[in-house]
Design a protein around this ligand. Structure first.
Ligand code: GCU
Length: 352
C-alpha cells in the first residue's frame, strides 16, 4: 500500500495542519481514503497501543479502501484543537477527555461529576450501558461529531510537589492544574484550592517552573508524562473517574457504507479490549516505577471529607439539567450493585 509520509508533520501550529490535511483526505492517485485519528498520549500509552490495533484491523479487512493514520502526542494540537478538527472533518476521529467535551455539550458534564461512581466496577458498568451513554454520545450531532466509544482513564487523584494532600484543608492556597472544564474549576474551588486550568501538554513545564503546586490525574501521568519527576506526593482522594471519549466526524461516519461500518465497529471492539488489558498493566507499571525510580510517595487519605464537600454538585447539575435525571438514576443502580470493597479502596480504588 502506498503511504503518505506518516510522521512528516512539521512542528507548526494546528491551524497550518488543518490546511494541509483538509485538502488531502481523499487522494486522487490511490483508492484508499486516509482516516486520521489524533490523540494526546505518548506512543507507548495504552490509548496509542489500542488505536494501533484498530488501525491494523481496519487495514487488514479493508486495506484497499482505507489507510488509518494515528497521530499521538498532540501532533495535531491540544485536545480542544483536535475536537475542532474533528468537527470540521479536517480529521476523522480524536480522543478527547470527557472533561473537554463538557464545553461542546453540557450533557457531558454528568460524567465529570466528582464521586459520581461508587467503584471502578460501577464506572465500567455505567459506561458500558448504552442506556446511559447513548443519549449523551449522540448529543453533539448538531456540532458535527458524535462519540463512538469510551476509553478507561482510571481514577483522578491529587499529586503535589512538596507536601501530601491528606485532607481538603491541605489544598488551601495551593495552585492546582485542572482540565479546562467548568466542573473541574468548581470542584477545585469547593475543595479550597486555586484552580489553574490548562491543556495537558503544558502541565509538566508549569510544574517544573512552579507556576502550579500540583495537578490531578491518574497514575500513568506520573510516568508517561514525567509529572512524577517533579511531584513526589500522590494522594488517593479518588475525586473523579473521567472517561476518555473517542469521537468521530458525523459526515464521515454517516457516509460509511453499512458493511464498512460493521468492520469499524468490530475494530472499535478490538480497540476497547486491547486498551482495557493495556490500561491495567500501565497503571501497575506506573505505580511501581513512580515509587521505586521516581521516589513518589503514595498516600491514602480518608476520601469522605472530599466527597462530602463535592456532594452538592450532583443536585446542582440535576436541577440545572432535569433531563439528565433518568440517566443519573441509572448510574445509581450500577453504584448500588457495585459498591467498592474495602480491599479495592486500599489499592487506590482499582478502577480497572
Ligand atoms: C488523562 C486523560 C487525557 C487528558 C488528561 C488531562 O491523561 O486520559 O485524555 O487529556 O488526563 O488531564 O488533560
Amino acid at each position: 500500500m502506498k503511504r503518505l509520509h506518516k510522521w512528516n508533520i512539521p512542528a507548526i501550529g494546528a491551524g497550518v495542519i488543518v490546511l494541509t490535511l483538509a485538502g488531502t483526505g481523499m487522494r486522487s492517485e490511490a483508492a484508499e481514503r486516509i482516516v486520521r485519528i489524533g490523540h494526546n498520549q505518548s506512543t507507548d500509552h495504552p490509548t496509542n497501543i489500542a488505536l494501533t490495533a484498530f488501525k491494523e484491523y481496519i487495514e487488514e479487512k479493508l486495506g484497499d479502501k482505507y489507510e488509518v493514520q494515528v497521530y499521538p502526542s498532540e501532533f495535531l494540537g491540544s485536545q480542544t484543537d483536535m475536537v475542532q478538527l474533528t468537527q470540521t472533518g479536517a480529521i476523522d476521529f480524536c480522543v478527547a477527555s470527557n472533561a473537554i467535551l463538557e464545553t461542546f455539550s453540557e450533557d457531558y458534564t454528568l460524567f465529570n461529576l466528582p464521586y459520581l461512581f461508587s467503584s471502578g466496577e460501577a464506572y465500567h458498568a455505567s459506561m458500558d450501558d448504552p442506556e446511559i451513554t447513548g443519549p449523551i454520545f449522540e448529543s453533539t450531532q448538531k456540532a458535527g461529531f458524535k462519540a463512538v466509544t469510551w476509553i478507561d482513564a482510571g481514577t483522578r487523584n491529587f499529586y503535589t510537589v512538596d507536601k501530601p494532600i491528606e485532607s481538603p484543608a491541605d489544598l488551601k492556597g495551593m495552585k492546582i492544574r485542572v482540565q479546562q472544564s467548568p466542573t473541574n474549576v468548581t470542584m477545585m474551588k469547593l475543595l479550597g484550592g486555586s484552580a489553574t486550568p490548562m491543556g495537558f501538554g503544558e502541565v509538566y513545564t508549569a510544574l517544573q517552573s512552579k507556576i502550579i503546586d500540583g495537578a490531578e490525574n491518574n497514575e500513568v501521568a506520573l510516568t508517561a508524562n514525567g509529572h512524577g519527576d517533579v511531584c513526589k506526593y500522590y494522594s488517593y482522594d479518588m475525586h473523579q473517574m473521567i472517561p476518555d471519549i473517542l469521537i468521530g466526524n458525523c459526515k464521515f461516519l454517516d457516509q460509511l457504507p453499512e458493511e464498512d461500518w460493521a468492520v469499524y465497529q468490530e475494530g472499535i471492539k478490538i480497540m476497547n479490549q486491547v486498551q482495557r488489558t493495556e490500561w491495567v498493566k500501565a497503571v501497575e507499571a506506573a505505580k511501581e516505577k513512580a515509587a521505586k525510580e521516581m521516589g513518589v510517595k503514595f498516600n491514602y487519605p480518608d476520601t469522605a471529607p472530599f466527597q462530602k464537600i463535592c456532594a452538592p454538585m450532583h443536585q446542582a447539575l440535576i436541577s440545572q439539567h432535569p433531563e439528565l435525571a433518568p440517566i443519573y438514576d441509572k448510574i445509581q443502580v450500577h453504584n448500588m450493585e457495585n459498591v467498592a470493597s474495602e480491599s479495592s479502596k486500599s489499592k487506590g480504588g482499582k478502577a480497572q
